[in-house]
Design a protein around this ligand. Sequence first.
Ligand code: DX5
Ligand code: ZN
Length: 214
Amino acid sequence: MKVKIAPSMLAADFLHLEKSVDIVNKYADMFHLDVMDGSLVPNISFGFPIVEAIAPVAKKMMDAHLMIVHPERYIERFSKVGVKMLSVHYEAVRDPEPILGLIKSFGMKAGLAFNPDVPVEKIIPYLYACDFVLVMSVYAGFGGQKFIEETYDRIRTIKQAIDENKFRCRIEVDGGVSPENAHRLIECGADMLVAGSAVFKAEDPAAVIAAMRP
Ligand code: DX5
Ligand code: ZN
């Protein structure tokens, strides 16, 4: 699979959202939508009004990253607004398997996201049930944080487990991703790169997106 670049709309210009949407439509591969509830993570971002505003003009796939407790309550609604990839946090669910199944039952790709302090060994038993994992390279909650270097090893470990078992699970990385670390992340096994600040705070977002591609 070609490496996909997913700009995080958390760093978009909300006063001129169309401009940020255009950048993704023209130069990137998917919309990364960070939904935070102020409970699982210490920040509140946006919810359905923003996702619904983007949906009819999105020419690229919508990938929603739910940083919320009780994500199972909202799965159907995200599928109805046109989200194609949906991830829930390991820390938010007691048992990941049923919820991953629920996400798939609505025709979406199911992802399991997890923070840097979750040992990868906890995630490996669920790889078989995931269409993708979302490896956090910062603590979920805020854009613009510094990339955590241990992420490279964590991705390698997950990639190895996927390959050894021939699972069909993709690897998405999220947090502090930029052209400086993108290539090494791809070498380690990342298939999808989420980047917020690096793209939207740049003078030339198109050039930043191009520079992250292999
Ligand atoms: C953090 C979010 C990220 C964030 C990435 O909780 O999941 O998607 O927006 O932003 P940058 O690329 O600025 O770290
Ligand atoms: Zn995210």
